[in-house]
Write a new protein. Structure first.
Lengths: 114, 114
């Protein structure tokens, strides 16, 4: 079965500094990986997706992620944090067992300090 | 805004009762999935509906059931409520069964079971 592990439950950075949210995956075949963001009282929104094309994936709001097969990692980064980035971030792997199913990590809460 | 609307936004029930949650899909989307998100956890897949048929199910008991209507709107029904059913229930729609992983989520229905 496909799974993801988010290595940090909470990350706190200062505004204007880089963001790194870490995710490792486990997959028996070439995975499709995603990052979703959940702002308070808002629905989940797709940030970016990797589906075996370029290993460096660019998403919305300046986020990007790099797929590293040798490390089974898919870390999310942003060069400069903004206050509006404060949210819960989920690393997700796609699984297909008769249904289009997403398997979510536990989430990483990102706090931005002024 | 994703165009996926859920109702009610909040509700409180007692153990043993039954609840129905509703979801209106984004226009043109024929596939709907339901996820349960317990406090502090990532969402977990409950089931998926495609063209009014259940198309896959996660590890949830039969007292969790659903329906999809000809206009692709959907319901999630939970019978014999238990305290552990307290969670945010998320509906997500997608354009088709093609496993792109891009789901459009509603803001959820928060269920509290006392």
């Amino acid at each position: 079965a496909q799974s993801v592990t988010q290595l940090d439950s909470h990350v706190s950075v200062s505004e204007g500094t880089p963001v790194l949210l870490r995710c490792n995956y486990s997959s028996s075949y070439s995975p499709s990986l995603f990052w979703y963001v959940q702002h308070p009282n808002k629905g989940l929104q797709l940030l970016l997706k990797y589906t075996s094309a370029a290993t460096l994936v660019k998403g919305i709001n300046g986020f990007e992620a790099e797929f590293k097969k040798s490390e089974t990692s898919f870390h999310l980064t942003k060069p400069s944090a903004h206050m509006s980035d404060a949210a819960e971030y989920f690393c997700v792997v796609s699984d297909y067992q008769g249904a289009q199913k997403l398997v979510f990590g536990q989430g990483t809460r990102l706090t931005i300090n002024p | 805004e994703t165009g996926v609307t859920q109702s009610p936004t909040h509700l409180i029930k007692t153990r043993g009762q039954q609840v129905t949650l509703r979801c209106s899909s984004q226009s043109g989307h024929n596939t709907v999935s339901w996820y349960q998100q317990a406090l502090g956890q990532g969402p977990q897949f409950i089931f998926q509906y495609y063209r009014e048929e259940e198309n896959g199910r996660g590890n949830f008991p039969p007292r969790f059931s659903g329906l999809q209507f000809p206009n692709y709107s959907s319901e999630l029904n939970v019978n014999a409520l238990e305290l552990d059913d307290s969670a945010l229930y998320l509906c997500a729609s997608s354009l088709s069964l093609i496993n792109t992983g891009e789901l459009f989520f509603g803001e959820g229905s928060r269920l509290t079971v006392l």
